[in-house]
Ligand binder design. Sequence first.
Ligand code: TYM
Length: 358
Amino acid sequence: MTSAGRKRVLSGITATGRLHIGNYIGAISLWADNQDQYENFLFVADLHALTIPEVVAGESLRARAEEIIALYIACGIDPDLSTLFVQSDVPEHAQLGWLMICATPVSWLERSTQFKTKGKIADVDAGVGAGLLCYPALQAADILMYDADYVPVGEDQHQHVEMTRDIARRFNSLFGGTTFKVPDVLARGPGSRIMGLDDPTAKMSKSVAARQPGHAVALLDPPDRARKAIMRAVTDSQPAVSFDAPLAPGVDNLLTILECLTGTTRAHSRERFDGARYGALKDAVADVVAERLTGIQARYREITDDRPRLARLLTQGAERARAIAARKLAQAYRACGLRSPARHYHGLPFAGSAKDRP
Ligand code: TYM
């Protein structure tokens, strides 16, 4: 709980690939829905993007991070209600990340599903980097830094939040005291795992979308391209939607997308689509998705047209985040028996209280 009495939320998106409707439904729209209720810290994980250097080498990670922040706002995140920042602008994340790495058994890291699957995607001769293995420890630093009560994420990230809880408990028991608050997942329920349009047995993913057109709808795709991808989505071999038998994964996925975007229930879909041809379902989904993208993209253009405002927002966001991060880092250093970190970093004034000063 924060001083304002509101529960605190922290979440983020890695700056690899283009954001898609799975990210929007499973994460961003959940943040937007809850922003009045919670104190939100929302960031772009650009340091995490470096865990697969082969994918991001030669790109401007900064430009990507700014694109994602602009998309957060375009998707309805109000920068007056939420603190928006880029991870690398808050150097305390990397510093606390090291303490987290030291407090995390390798066996926990090796069990990470993301380590196993992304390791394969990276497909590099030299083998995956140590950063990919340590990825969940940096993620734990992101979350624990802010005493987050809740972490709103899609289903694929639940394992990482679970590990964050374990790391918090381990650090607290190793170094004594209650340095870190143990956070909970905040999940959407249906919609926390949107599947690929071309293969509804696999999660919609940024990295797969980069290789397979038709896999995902990106938030910045032209609406008519999005419409085509949905009309081509894999459903099943039956001629019409039937709720009498278990739904095919592709049909279930389209219904879930529609229900999440329109705020309707499965019972409502059943009434509307039982016996309908797949073309009618796809048309309905395509209309809703195209309309949502059109709105998001119009706002995105407004935001990116005013670069100085975006830059100001990011500076303010980083300052607000650092005011909290510096205090927590100092507390964690002291718990480890270290001296509190130096008073000034990168020209920004030390933001902690007098008692945290070295
Ligand atoms: P990332 O960038 O893979 O995904 C960002 C968010 O989108 C959700 N998501 C989905 N939800 C529903 N259906 C899908 N197909 C789908 N694909 C992705 C993810 O669950 C996530 O909520 N490790 C994180 C970034 C991160 C982070 C953090 C998140 C770094 N530090 C601290 C929360 C807190 C990641 O790579 O998410």
